[in-house]
Write a protein that binds this ligand. Structure first.
Ligand code: ATP
Ligand code: MG
Length: 306
């Protein structure tokens, strides 16, 4: 019998995405005005997209973070509340602007301009032991973007482990392309690791994905779920190697597919389902989000995947 109030706690980036879509979305300097086909204003941020997908799949989910006292901050809170995320640990900070990502998305690609704002303001001491003790599992979804919080993340993971939580990590892309800080510091405390194929190669320094996964397992990771976009995903654990293709979707953007995959996989894993089933649920969630514009529009509910 589980008496903790939350299945999953996550902390980190809360921001809004302004997504500009069309055949030609490349800006032209020299004061040129171009017309674009469409835009979507949507909740963004790896950890908030993850939290919404986790809550939609029936996990009792809380998020810690900050938003500005502005309409973008309100949009964040509204979207997370609609999905069923417990937002009581989200502080509205009048001194800050809510983070913003401007995504320019021609078919099949994207370029993002990011204003960090509230994204990078959490401090390690904000993640208190009391909060950690309230959850079964801790997920962090954008390690490399949190340059302020980063030095404190090993300490947060250590405290979480001591309090008996399982931990998952999706580093996402390293904008500085240094790829440090993960192998030795975080992976020994990480139960489930969620890199995509490129991130796995960079972080491990390995030549191929099987070797990368072996390096992660050797560091103590229990399960590596490796995402490869429209090519599908793989899972590696002691003695297990599963690879599954996915039927590609088009018409959306890839925003949030990886974070929703993470939440889907964990929704199975935390229920004790076999790894193959966890992989299928993660892929179904990622694919559904990849087929829609923005990170939450395609998110599935538990009754739709189960
Ligand atoms: N175009 C697509 N068609 C079908 N499925 C997709 C597509 N894109 C992503 N998926 C599904 O979602 C999963 C996760 O997506 P992806 O591999 O893009 O993760 P990621 O690189 O972490 O993404 P993110 O950009 O959100 O960080 C994939 O393994 C796949 O199952
Ligand atoms: Mg990712």
């Amino acid at each position: 019998m589980n008496t903790k109030p939350y299945d999953v706690l996550t902390f980190g980036d809360l921001c809004v995405d302004l997504i500009i879509t069309g055949a030609d979305v490349t800006p032209q300097f020299g004061q040129v005005e171009k017309l674009v086909e469409n835009y979507t204003l949507e909740m963004g941020g790896s950890c908030s997209i993850f939290a919404c997908q986790a809550a939609r799949l029936g996990l009792r989910t809380a998020i810690l973070g900050r938003v500005g006292a502005d309409s973008f901050g309100q949009l964040m809170l509204d979207r997370m509340n609609e999905a069923g995320v417990d937002t009581r640990f989200v502080t509205v900070d009048p001194a800050l602007k809510t983070g913003l990502g401007i995504a320019l998305c021609p078919p099949g690609d994207r370029a993002i301009l990011t204003y960090l704002g509230t994204v990078n303001v959490l401090q390690p001491q904000d993640v208190t032991d009391e909060l950690l003790a309230s959850a079964r599992h801790l997920h962090h979804g954008s390690y490399y973007l949190h340059t302020g919080l980063r030095p404190g993340i090993p300490q947060i993971f250590r405290r979480a482990k001591a309090l008996g939580l399982s931990i998952s990590l999706d580093t996402n892309w390293d904008p500085a392309e240094r790829w440090d800080g993960v192998m030795d510091e975080l992976l020994p405390m990480t139960d489930v690791f969620f890199p995509n194929d490129q991130e796995a190669l960079h972080i491990s320094g390995a030549k191929d994905l099987d070797a990368a996964a072996r390096a992660f397992l050797a560091r103590g990771v229990r399960v590596t779920a490796l995402k490869a976009g429209a090519k599908g995903a793989r899972v590696y654990a002691g003695g297990v190697r599963l690879e599954r293709p996915v039927e590609p979707v088009s018409g959306g953007d890839s925003i949030g597919a990886g974070d929703s995959f993470d939440a889907g996989f964990l929704a199975g894993w935390l229920r004790g389902l076999p790894l193959e089933r966890c992989l299928e649920i993660g892929m179904a969630c990622g694919r559904s989000v990849a087929g829609k514009i923005g990170g939450v529009a395609g998110q599935l509910r538990w009754d739709e995947v189960a």
